[in-house]
Design a protein around this ligand. Sequence first.
Ligand code: BDR
Ligand code: CA
Length: 314
Amino acid sequence: AQKVLLFGDIGIDDTVALIYAYLNDEIDVVGVVADYGNISRENALANIQYVRTLLSSEMTEQVTIIVGAEAPMTGELPVYVPEIHGEFGLGPIIPPLNFMNGITENFHEIVDIIKENEDLLIVNIGRLTSLATMFLLYGDLMRKVKGYYVMGGAFWVPGNITAVSEANFYGDPVAAQVVLRYAENLKIIPLNVTEQAIATPKMVDYIDAYGPIDIVKPLLDYYYNFYKERNPSITGSPLHDVLTLMAAIKPDMLTYERLPVHIVQAAEGTERGQSIADIRPFLTDGEVEPNKHDIAFQLNYKQFFMDFMTVMSG
Ligand code: BDR
Ligand code: CA
């Protein structure tokens, strides 16, 4: 199985991604880093522990839970989004709120996880603050990681937080820029493809009837209601974070293009956190080209559908 270290702000689609990972034999989750974002870091910690109790097995017991970042690198206070993810990050569900439950601040344990696991992939499905911190502190070590998959950005399509910006990059544009500067073998999974990775109410009902986990339906119904109210023409909820995790084990599911990309560092305004890919065939005098990364532009929905349904309905 592919070893994965997951960084996430464990709200609704992050939780479904975590459940998908635990149910999938092709994925071996070696650690989960709890970050602020959709909800507070403490709520993320509580949700990770709650999901583990639902899927309790020898495998989930061995997953290291890491206390990640509680606020962005910009120096601002964190801003949460309870209107999308619910007060505790799980829609209508109130998980046991024993936030720390024996966990102490242990960010340095990421170092051991990376040292001990060959061929490790890192998948980041929330704000990039913790991952950027790792690059600033442990540059050499981070080059040992086989590859990075980051959910974030919107390229020539509407944003989901401002007209042009996506939430994970908007929430901490400084961290996003740090990661883009230092990461090698990085794949960006933007809204261009994640908004196509739709779970329809029919799919959710099927998973509810045949799958082993009964919180998937209440989570995704809540999520769908929010999206539907905002945009009545949508047919289901976008599984941004599930798609990003899936990309790490299904190399053909997405089609990528390698382009120079940078993140707008404005403190405020529409363009804060905007992801810009440069498709000019030239540079102007004195201009430094930003690093090139693989950006996903096309999704094979049929493959997404088959894989998601197979894994989630057991
Ligand atoms: C991203 O922002 C969060 O709300 C979701 O969990 C996802 O990671 C989508 O922009
Ligand atoms: Ca997320």
